[in-house]
Design a binder for this molecule. Structure first.
Ligand code: NOJ
Ligand code: MG
Length: 536
């Protein structure tokens, strides 16, 4: 395991800083709060935390609108608080990743303030300005991911600027060498401070087709899908030139000691996603986020196919990664239900590749109910009622059964989930049958068994609702068999399995597994099992 990197064998934990732990009573989570909760991550057994953006921001998109790439928003703390958090994380053997948002800044960034003053301003070209279409109106038909035209008219200079997200998030022009240099310097600023890498926001958006042609209509578009889906983002995203940017970022990260890692946020079909690994000569991100488990139907055959396709498409040397949820997507426990969320946890933590756990999923947290007067997310406010809002997956972390579940002594910025007094870290810590205990057991097994952490993967033939695979490393072989349905399933072990011993079941009170003939196991409804193949 000598040349295995920490980001290959380890597990990553995503913290949404507003919602993790408040320390100063303003109802908003902060860096000092996170620092006070690091022991939760240690006991859980993860290796790194990724913080969603903590930079100064008007918070139009809750930090994904950055007004200064080299500072800390006062709501989250100070640079000194950040250094203290980083040191505390490192003291505990945890790596810390930041969320770099290079595609767009805030419209309050001083660069944009300068850019919009005149067509001749030196920073004009740091953003994307175009004349109106010949007959007037926006330069082309591109649609913001948050609905409406992606172009905003600026009367002062008579041009439109492009924003793939909110109009408060103007896109930066990465074709401009000065902008590019300034942004790469911002990455160096944090790497110099000791961060262990970045998750890179919407990497595939960073370069747009030079001629700004109209995007083609989406033939599959139906009302209710969100306006962004009316066109295919053919010319506004995933342009070939983006790979040179990823390679430049990678070269910077690789220039530092200690295995700094780059994780790209990329929502693309698998074949196109793979390009973001780069090539041997020009490596890209270490881990282009793989959202197959979020997007595939929760069905054994569909997941088998998605895993096979993804594994089969990986470039030589490309290390896989998996994720069940994040701050933009429905929580796994809401999507697949409580019982299957346990199976999902076992899948996430036994597949080959780096898992990323979204905060709260280790408790089986579900989407919160957000009353209309509490809605915060601009996505929901702009296209209400379509189920696109992200507040439900950003509710405060429940720690214990004290007021506000120990999240804040003030008024929480989003309501806590109604079950927080029962579903919280303290309660689940003492409960051998809890989701938290299952996550801890799974992460401990990954540490104890190299075949789970870094071994090869072979999908096994399962029928019905069974999804099964083998993980092997040197002499060790672990078999994972998951029942994705709610009826008992029979599974015939491969002949090579020897006489397997049950290491862990998702059912807390599962009877010891009798593999009488050494060949057949029965999975209870919604049960997953990890077996260690032992020769007799
Ligand atoms: C992707 C982020 O995950 C999402 O939260 C954000 O709104 C957009 N990028 C824009 O930065
Ligand atoms: Mg606070």
């Amino acid at each position: 395991m000598n040349d295995v990197r920490w980001w290959q064998s380890g597990a990553i934990y995503q913290v949404y800083p507003r919602s993790f732990q408040d320390s100063d009573g303003d109802g908003i989570g902060d860096l000092a709060g996170i620092a006070g909760r690091l022991d939760h991550l240690v006991t859980l057994g993860v290796d790194a935390l990724w913080l969603s953006p903590i930079f100064p921001s008007p918070m139009a998109d809750f930090g994904y609108d950055v007004a200064d790439y080299c500072g800390i928003d006062p709501r989250f703390g100070t640079l000194a608080d950040f250094d203290a958090l980083l040191a505390a994380a490192h003291d505990r053997g945890l790596k810390l990743l930041l969320d770099f948002v290079p595609n767009h800044s805030s419209d309050r960034h001083p660069w944009f303030a300068a850019s919009r003053t005149s067509r001749d301003d030196p920073k004009r070209d740091w953003y994307i300005w175009r004349d109106p279409a010949p007959g007037g109106g926006p330069p082309n038909n591109w649609i913001s991911d948050f609905g409406g035209s992606a172009w905003e008219y600026d009367a002062a200079t008579g041009q439109y600027y492009y924003h793939a997200f909110l109009k408060e998030q103007p896109d930066l022009n990465w074709r401009n060498p000065d902008l590019r240099a300034a942004m790469l310097d911002a990455m160096r600023f944090w790497l110099d401070r000791g961060v262990d890498g970045f998750r890179i926001d919407v990497l595939w958006h960073m370069i747009k087709a030079a001629g700004f042609p109209d995007n083609p209509p989406n033939p599959d578009y139906r009302p209710g899908m969100g306006a962004m889906n009316a066109v295919l983002q053919l010319h506004s995203t995933d342009q070939p030139e983006v790979h040179a940017i990823a390679a430049e970022m990678r070269a910077i990260a690789d220039g530092y000691d200690g295995d700094r890692v780059l994780i790209g946020e990329i929502y693309l079909p698998v074949p196109r996603l793979m390009a973001y690994y780069g090539t041997d000569d020009s490596p890209g991100t270490h881990l282009p986020f793989n959202f197959q488990l979020i997007d595939a139907p929760w069905d054994a055959r569909a997941l088998h196919g998605a895993i096979a396709d993804y594994e089969g498409a990986l470039p030589p040397g490309g290390w896989p990664n998996w994720v069940l949820g994040n701050h933009d997507r429905q929580r796994i426990a809401s999507r697949v239900g409580e019982a299957q969320a346990r199976v999902a946890a076992m899948l996430l933590l036994t597949l080959r590749g780096t898992p990323t756990i979204y905060y709260g999923d280790e408790l089986g947290l579900r989407d919160g109910a957000i009353p209309p007067h509490c809605v915060q997310d601009p996505r929901e406010l702009r296209e209400p009622g379509l189920g696109l809002g992200r507040d439900p997956v950003r509710t405060p972390m429940p720690w214990d059964d004290s007021a506000n579940a120990g999240f804040t002594r003030g008024e929480p910025w989003l309501p806590l989930n109604p079950d927080s007094s029962a579903r919280n870290v303290a309660r689940q810590s003492d409960d051998v049958g809890s989701m938290l205990t299952l996550y801890r057991q799974l992460l401990a097994l990954r540490r104890a068994h190299p075949s789970l952490a870094i071994g090869d993967l072979t999908l096994l033939d399962g029928s019905g609702d069974v999804l099964a695979f083998e993980r092997r490393w040197q002499g060790e072989c672990v078999i994972v068999a998951l029942n994705l349905g709610n009826r008992e399933q029979r599974f015939d072990l491969p002949l090579s399995a020897g006489f397997p011993r049950l290491l862990l079941s998702t059912l807390p009170d599962a009877p010891p597994n009798e593999v009488a003939d050494g060949r057949t196991i029965f999975l209870a409804p919604d049960e997953g099992q990890i077996l260690l193949a032992e020769r007799r």
